[in-house]
Design a protein around this ligand. Structure first.
Ligand code: ASP
Length: 594
């Protein structure tokens, strides 16, 4: 047995261990040198305990103790004793005891760290790229360890839940062929046939469907997905999702499974409030009421359609918009009537930034409604507008007239802004909801073609099959998103399992029959061998951890994240490879044009 074979963990010691002879291993969080007495805050992954080296009892150890610096890795042997009165630290779990040491060994010394991991309060000043470059040090911080531990716990809960529901965990390949999820692929050159490439999976979508054809019936995987797309605070080039698929199920079977799973995980690891059941809201309704297909339903303030109240009345701007198929909607800003003229102008600028031509407003005061547009309307119309908005004295009513898409976008964003300003987006609530019945396709104006709203394997509503040739924009799909607090947390669908419908959807997406065979022949073939009806879902795990920790930055919930542009400052990746390797792969690099 090594003499540093540990017997105890730092953070778990307390007065129940008084008198015990123990061995601890860990890092010097801090040390205080009082000459003949040295105090060490010794840290391991469980916490911190105070260790004392006293020259009077261990004279041969005192020089080593005095030489300790922060982050030296050490082992100590000693005895647990009560701290003397007045030295008890109520802020520390181990604050009632300390360990008096008779043997101390430095296992490894440390240079001065690029940032102090022991000083959590100073961490916000540290540049994030530096933290990620030295992630192995950053992860020494208890806060980061707790994040890893939470992730581990969540994944364990998920696995236990799925196993109990008779799902089979199956690994699917990372080297594969392009599976479209709307992003660019990451490609891997194939050495044995230059010019050929594997693609990293944007999701295991096709494999999981093929597992259903295989008769697995219930599959899941904690799956890594790779997508080369513009990065944002909540996106990474590789991320993790719980990927699942089931045969012989309805949409509601899948939604209720997800609801039970998420409820189980969230209530097991947090005190956050959640809704039960998760509201199911159709896509059309979400846009109509919240101006968004990812509504934050922690607060009301729904959009109010006043088109019919103002149609044909005296305001030509509204009339023109309505005559062109547009709409006029209102949003209540509680207590907004006290905003200054400049503040209201700023709100209008906010709306213009998101595409509105203008924003009109009505201030509701004790002495009536004041608005630059009131002169265009009879008093009854103004009253009817206020009534429709359930306006109260003190409110500001914001009005936008435009195409339905612009109105939804502008007022949806304004709604969130007002929610933020009024503190209505309570971080103690995790309000999950399902958005259902998405359009199957959306028109890409630049490319002049239909794009899949989710992915091309989504089943259209059967009664909408007739719109394929007449009005594809009208087709609603049997697909759904899980949304939490205004953010997408996952998506899924009932899948196409008939080759004729699959081929029809590919054709609608502009994929020629020849290309269909080339890219998706395997799936079309598979569907001709007794494919069961099936569907699935994939909630994001990183996103779930972000919600649980109320953390807007996805990098904070990953062990080894990439920084902007996909750069990994720790490994210095991506990096150039040597010429011989390039030659072997049959690759040549053209210098970037300036
Ligand atoms: N493959 C989809 C995704 O990654 C999820 C699903 O439809 O199951 O978003």
């Amino acid at each position: 047995m090594k003499h540093w074979q540990r017997t105890s963990d730092c953070g778990t010691l307390n007065i129940n261990h008084l008198g015990e002879e123990i061995v601890l291993n860990g890092w010097v969080n801090r040390s205080r040198d009082h000459g003949d007495l040295v105090f060490i805050d010794l840290r391991d992954r469980t916490g911190i305990v105070q260790v004392v080296i006293d020259a009077a009892t261990s004279p041969e150890m005192i020089d080593t103790a005095r030489s300790l610096r922060s982050e030296f890795c050490v082992s100590i042997q000693g005895r647990v004793r009560a701290r003397r009165e007045g030295a008890v630290n109520p802020n520390l779990a181990t604050g009632e005891i300390e360990v008096i040491t008779d043997h101390l060994e430095v296992l490894s010394t440390s240079k001065t760290l690029p940032f102090q991991v022991s000083d959590e309060s100073a961490m916000s000043q540290v540049d994030e790229t530096l933290r990620v470059k030295y992630r192995y040090l950053d992860l020494r911080r208890p806060k980061m360890y707790q994040m890893l531990a939470l992730r581990h716990k969540v994944v364990t809960l998920i696995r236990d839940f799925m196993n109990a529901e008779s799902f089979l965990e199956v690994e699917t390949p990372i080297f594969t062929k392009s599976t479209p999820e709307g992003a660019r692929d990451y490609l891997i050159p194939y050495r044995l046939n230059p010019g050929y490439f594997y693609a990293l999976p944007q999701s295991p979508q096709q494999y999981k469907q093929l597992l259903m054809v295989a008769g697995v019936e219930r599959y899941y995987q904690i799956a890594r997905c790779f997508r080369d797309e513009a990065q944002r605070a909540d996106r990474q080039p590789e991320f993790t999702q719980l990927d699942l698929e089931m045969s012989f199920v309805t949409q509601e079977d899948i939604l209720s499974l997800i609801e039970r799973l998420i409820t189980h995980v969230v209530t097991s690891v947090s005190d956050k409030q959640i809704l039960s059941p998760f509201p199911r809201i159709t896509w059309d309704e979400a846009l109509r009421r919240y101006g968004s297909d990812k509504p934050d339903i922690r607060f009301g303030l729904e959009l109010v359609d006043i088109s019919e109240l103002v149609r044909g009345k005296g305001f030509s701007v509204f009339n023109n918009v309505l005559a062109n198929g547009g709409e006029v909607k209102a949003l209540r800003y509680p207590k907004g009537s006290s905003l200054s003229r400049r503040e209201v102008d700023e709100l209008a600028t906010f709306c213009k930034e998101f595409g509105a031509q203008a924003m009109a407003s009505i201030a509701v005061n004790e002495d009536g409604a004041k608005s630059p547009i009131s002169k265009f309307f009879e008093p009854e119309t103004m009253t009817a507008i206020l009534k429709a908005c359930e306006a109260e004295v003190g409110d500001l009513i914001c009005l936008v007239a435009d195409t339905p898409k612009t109105v939804a976008n502008v007022l949806g964003r304004l709604r969130l802004e007002i929610g933020n300003r009024l503190g209505l987006r309570d971080p103690n609530k995790l309000y999950f909801n399902f958005i259902t019945d998405f359009p199957l396709v959306q028109w890409d104006e630049t490319e002049k073609r239909w794009d899949a709203e989710h992915h091309p394997f989504t089943m259209p509503r059967e009664e909408h099959l007739e719109y394929f040739d007449t009005d594809p924009g009208k087709i609603r799909a049997q697909c759904y998103d899980l949304v939490c607090n205004g953010q997408e947390s996952g998506s899924g669908s009932i899948r196409i399992h008939r080759p004729d419908i699959q081929s029809k959807v590919f054709s609608l997406l502009g994929i020629s029959e020849e290309t269909q065979r080339e890219r998706f022949g395997h799936i079309l073939d598979a569907f001709s061998f007794g494919a069961p009806p099936h569907g699935g879902f994939a909630p994001g795990i990183d996103r779930l951890i972000m919600n649980l920790q109320d953390e807007p930055n996805i990098r904070e919930v990953m062990a080894f994240p990439k920084m902007g542009l996909g750069y990994d400052p720790m490994m210095d990746a991506p990096s150039a490879v040597d010429a011989a390797q390039m030659k072997e792969l049959g690759l040549e690099v053209r210098p970037h044009k300036k």
